[in-house]
Design a protein around this ligand. Sequence first.
Ligand SMILES: Nc1ncnc2c1ncn2[C@@H]1O[C@H](COP(=O)(O)OP(=O)(O)O)[C@@H](O)[C@H]1O
Ligand SMILES: [Mg+2]
Length: 231
Amino acid sequence: MITFHDVYKTYLMGETRVEALQGVTFELPERRLAVIMGPSGSGKSTLLHLAGCLDTPTHGRVNYNGTDLGALSSRGRADFRAQSVGFVFQKFNLIPNLTALRNVEIPLLLQNKPAAEARKRALDALDAVELRDRMHHRPSKLSGGEQQRVAIARALINDPKLILADEPTGNLDTRTGQRILLLLKGLVEKGKAVVVVTHNPEIAASANTLVLLRDGKVESFSTSHGKEGLV
Ligand SMILES: Nc1ncnc2c1ncn2[C@@H]1O[C@H](COP(=O)(O)OP(=O)(O)O)[C@@H](O)[C@H]1O
Ligand SMILES: [Mg+2]
């Protein structure tokens, strides 16, 4: 479970202060699909970065299953990111000169895991997104949807409990986006917490929890705890 408690994030740009988040409080349950919506600039990516320990709040607390993320050492933060979180981005962020397989196994190799283990887990992750037959392709030889599925496989490689996706279907056509949505829903069924920033109304419609941000504040929050197997 992720809890935001009175979270502020202020960016300093020279003389200018940008108040990206201004007193955000809410709770996202485990094993559920949460969707964050809001206009451009409303603080959605900032919120995701804080949840994934890529950044720290200026004020307030972000708590993950009892751990105050802001209180972690830089080593603790890196461990949290490596072990507990999988990130998926709008622009896929794959390494262009590496094959799909290498892109997926790279997080494990960076952690000095044995090559054979990295290979096996990367193949399993590519199976999970149904792309084993493309494992030797470089990103430029894959469609946008396939690249995003490789990125999801890479996010899954450490079997993280929390998947954070920032506009994952933003660069994809509707049908391809639907496939990515099904994949994300499947992850919830496998017990993961999935948090998606999106403008896609279909993804929003299948959310268990919907957070609407505006100007760095929560404009509305709705959740449907009790419903079993909602996604
Ligand atoms: N690293 C940064 N430095 C300065 N300003 C930033 C930074 N990141 C985001 N911002 C600003 O914070 C506000 C919220 O940004 P962001 O969280 O990216 O919004 P969204 O993802 O909803 O479009 C915007 O005004 C943006 O320009
Ligand atoms: Mg954003």
